[in-house]
Design a binder for this molecule. Structure first.
Ligand SMILES: C[S@@+](CC[C@H](N)C(=O)[O-])C[C@H]1O[C@@H](n2cnc3c(N)ncnc32)[C@H](O)[C@@H]1O
Length: 296
């Protein structure tokens, strides 16, 4: 089992604050109020601030978006609105954000490694897009852009819910059993091993004997082997980052991996790729009569 990667905040650090800047705070409010997240908030372990971007529109129709320069379908959220909303964070009496994150399908892919790092922070701020997303100049106001996968949603709120869940559960005290996330898929570098509960036999399918025997060393070995087997079959791309032991390597060979694959998986990791270059816009905005939206 890998040691808990998150050192955890010291006692004086207080809760982890999540600030979500969104046009639809009502989508996130019930999500953050229920189940373990609701309890974590009630216990003061996390705080969730839902900030309506529309509060930072400075026009009588509270319009936050406009037509894109260069033409094309959809509306774009204005950079001045995003900038005022982010500036407004400092008036809320919170620690300055450790990260200001813009949700975008073009961002770096969200992973468990982000969740582990951010669970140790004090304040994370997220900009949730809608329509065609934010004016590209908003990228200069954030520390990174984040995608939750290679698909396009109508807005950043569902992405925000994913990140809130993944980060908050790693905050010390949020889950009842601190060890319960340590063998989760990705935390250990591998996919999780299969789990079983009662009944011991169901429609001719029995729970593996070793799990019922009470030999904890044997159970630990079986679980590690099954995690290796699943990862080899389903996500071999994870194996280079999995910190394999000599026993793991022997097990993987027995499970059908080649010596060349093992040599590659055990090789030192290449340097992390550079962050994508920022884009810039040009030209004059095209006037459009209607507030067309894309995918919304
Ligand atoms: C309709 S999308 C904009 C898509 C944009 N035109 C593109 O193709 O990259 C509106 C907003 O949803 C959010 N969004 C959609 N898919 C996402 C994803 N896979 N990861 C993170 N955010 C996403 C972003 O905040 C985005 O600004």
């Amino acid at each position: 089992m890998k040691p808990d990667p998150s050192p955890g905040p010291d006692d004086a650090a207080g809760p982890l604050h999540f600030s979500f800047l969104t046009l639809f705070p009502e989508l996130l409010a019930p999500f953050a109020a229920e189940a373990i997240l609701g309890k974590a908030r009630a216990r003061g372990l996390i705080e969730v601030d839902l900030i309506n971007l529309r509060d930072f529109a400075e026009n009588k129709h509270l319009k936050v978006d406009d037509t894109p320069y260069g033409g094309g379908a959809g509306m774009v959220i204005r950079v001045d609105v995003a900038a005022r909303a982010l500036k407004g964070l400092s008036a809320r009496g919170l620690p300055p954000p450790d990260e200001v994150i813009l949700f975008s399908p073009a961002g770096e892919r969200f992973t468990q490694a982000h969740a582990e790092e951010w669970a140790t922070k004090r304040h994370l701020a997220f900009l949730c897009g809608r329509y065609e997303g934010f004016d590209a100049r908003t990228e200069a106001l954030v520390t990174r852009e984040l995608s939750v996968g290679d698909f396009v949603m109508m807005g950043g709120e569902a992405a925000a819910a994913c990140v809130l869940e993944a980060v908050a559960r790693l905050r010390p005290g949020v889950l009842g059993d601190a060890a319960s996330h340590q063998d989760d898929s990705f935390s250990s570098g591998l996919l999780d091993y299969p789990e079983y509960t009662r009944p011991p036999e169901w429609e001719g399918r029995a729970v593996p004997e070793v799990l019922r025997g009470g030999n904890h060393a044997a159970i630990g070995r079986w679980r590690r082997e099954r995690a290796l087997e699943r990862t080899l079959a389903r996500r071999p791309d994870l194996l280079p980052g999995a910190a394999l032991t000599p026993q793991d390597s022997a097990d993987l060979l027995a499970l059908g991996a080649s010596a060349e694959q093992l040599a590659a998986w055990n090789a030192p990791a290449p340097p992390a790729p550079k962050r994508p270059r920022r884009r810039s816009g040009a030209g004059e905005p095209q006037e459009e009569a209607s507030e067309r939206v894309s995918g919304s």
